[in-house]
Design a protein around this ligand. Sequence first.
Ligand code: PLP
Length: 400
Amino acid sequence: MGFIADSLNRIQPSATIAVSTKARQLKAAGRDVISLSAGEPDFDTPENIKAAAVQALAAGKTKYTDVDGIPELKAAIVRKFARDNGLDYKPSQISVGTGGKQVIYNALLATLNPGDEVILPAPCWVSYADIVLLAGATPVFAETTAQHGYRLKPDVLEAAITPKTKWLIFNSPSNPTGSAYSWDEMKLLTDVLLRHEHVWIMSDDIYEHLIYDGLKFCTPAQVEPGLFNRTLTVNGLSKAYCMTGWRLGYAGGPEPLINAMRKLQSQSTSNPCSITQWAAVEALDGPQDFIAQNNAKFVERRDLVVSMLNQAKGLSCPKPEGAFYVYPSCAGAIGKTSASGVAINTDEDFVTALLEEEGVAVVHGAAFAGSPAFRVSYATSKDVLEDACHRIQRFCGNLK
Ligand code: PLP
């Protein structure tokens, strides 16, 4: 349609949001549907954070604020980066936006020109490629495999870099695979990046705190301080603090980039919600012990789901180190026919038939540039997960 901008025709609506919406619609129509498609924890926001929001409301913190964050929140973020990541940012190097998504969007839109390339280790989060395309630049997928724990190999990174590369977007623990890097594994990648001075690094650390089995989180600018001046370290409150609906994300990076991001935000959304910002100060400065309690539950759920999916015919599910996703391969189901006679030629066919026949909503791997596979979010109760995995086992068992 001529009225809609060409740039919009380059992108797709978010596949994860589309699957979640379809599952909600089927449920509303009376179908028995279990949705394992959402990228959010089922736990409620901790009470102390809610109380800080109530207090901010009562105190009349209801006006416009500085575009990219109140000074009190920037100070809390500076403390967080120093405490958790050994990164020494100044308040002028901090940007706060309406979710990690806006921060990433601002950074890409503020820096990309047509012809620029952005390296995305695939499978990767659905939005990176679309934001890059919206900016008129080119996503370059650098493949990772289940055999290597969905971690990018240094030679694959090296081969993906060209004179046109502007950014590498790095995401550990990862959405959709849950894979995470150890310090030594990351060092091999930062060694490559150190040699290519024109490449900037965007590290999306939004799943930082959701890391299991004793693995210690690390981030590129911490592992290689030589990259600090060309790294944007992105984080947010949605996942570990169970605050998806509050919309708050932030980043630390070089001042000229932070200033450009502020300029863009000043002409779009202006400041993130004033009340959310005060709640965020409490989230970052307040008690953190609920994170370990939630993680203990996530580990139990992950282990249940991995074990049950590996018992499903034709599926193979690695056990990831972080986030709340597993990413089973459905290669063994491709070429088969479902109980109701649907040909399963792609992972999209697989998830569509699974939703139709067994009422389980998961997201196809093609949406993450990683096929044939699908993403299961285990951020729901064990009873529900057990029911869903039994249905998946039955669906796979019926494939002919
Ligand atoms: N980055 C990754 C990898 C994500 O999975 C998400 C959310 O799903 C985001 C960023 C953005 O989260 P938010 O905008 O809620 O901070």
